[in-house]
Design a protein around this ligand. Structure first.
Ligand SMILES: CC(C)(COP(=O)(O)OP(=O)(O)OC[C@H]1O[C@@H](n2cnc3c(N)ncnc32)[C@H](O)[C@@H]1OP(=O)(O)O)[C@@H](O)C(=O)NCCC(=O)NCCS
Length: 233
């Protein structure tokens, strides 16, 4: 019987050469860690919504993980969320530039987004504007995604360690993230690295579960404590 060699793992800062791979991973993990193509068939616009700001404006807050020499995951951070592009505004740009409101593979989601948002307001279920989280106690935020073979090796925790070290170095004392309430594995992971659920789960206009029904946004937050004896001067 041949024994399998342990996977070689490298966690390192992002480099511009990683950009295409990061965008590909974003698309391959966009539905709670699974490919998003069954409800959004346009990698370019999807990757722009969820990675564009981080790779192109704040690359110094991005980290990648290599598994056996291949980039297999990333953490994309933003120290001041006021600066980040909202996915909605990026989608708006792509409606104009790439016609995604009229192309098969994206049009259905876009029109459903408008329909859901209108229905939520009219029925008083929720105000979609509440999905735009902003709270000065937790100014930073992040996205983290690993391809399936990279999961369960402690890589997520190592990427978070890099991110928290960066936040401490910049004296940023709080961080939030938005995940899906249905993504229970991700919530368990974030809790194990110090985050807690903040506020109610809110229905997201547009996307659907595979089995049908709405998906819900869940904000999580954590304080970032300065390490004892750490000197930021
Ligand atoms: C969520 C994710 C980043 C976790 O990374 P990971 O490398 O698999 O996690 P780690 O191996 O570092 O695990 C760290 C801790 O989280 C826990 N954890 C990780 N995934 C978990 C899961 N699915 N269910 C329960 N606990 C989990 C581990 O048990 C471990 O706990 P411990 O250190 O107390 O023993 C990764 O699984 C992933 O990319 N998933 C798909 C994409 C996704 O959902 N991203 C988040 C979108 S907001």
């Amino acid at each position: 019987m041949t024994e399998q060699a342990p996977a070689q793992i490298l966690v390192r800062p992002y480099s511009p050469d990683d950009r295409a791979r990061v965008r590909e991973i974003c698309f391959l993990t966009g539905y709670m860690g699974e490919p998003i193509d069954w409800q959004w068939r346009d990698q370019e616009s999807f990757a722009d919504m969820f990675t564009g700001y981080y790779t192109d404006v704040e690359p110094e807050s991005a980290f990648v993980a290599e598994l056996d020499g291949e980039v297999s995951g990333y953490l994309l951070g933003c120290v001041d969320s006021d600066r980040a592009w909202s996915p909605g505004s990026v989608a708006g740009r792509h409606i104009l530039r790439r016609g995604i409101a009229f192309r098969p593979g994206t049009a259905a989601m876009i029109w459903r987004t408008f329909g859901d948002a209108l229905a939520d307001i009219v029925t008083g279920r929720t105000d979609p504007r509440k999905l735009e989280f902003a709270d000065s106690r937790w100014p930073a935020h992040l996205h983290i995604d690993l391809l399936p073979p990279a999961r369960g090796h402690g890589i997520g925790r190592r990427l978070m360690d890099c991110w928290f070290a960066r936040l401490r170095a910049h004296r940023i004392t709080g961080c939030h993230l938005g995940t899906l309430a249905e993504n229970t594995g991700a919530i368990a992971f974030f809790e194990s690295v110090g985050f807690r659920v903040h506020g109610p789960a809110l229905p997201i206009p547009g996307p659907r579960r595979r089995e049908g029904g709405r998906l819900h946004s869940q904000i999580m937050v954590t304080e970032v404590e300065a390490l004892a004896g750490e000197d930021h001067t």
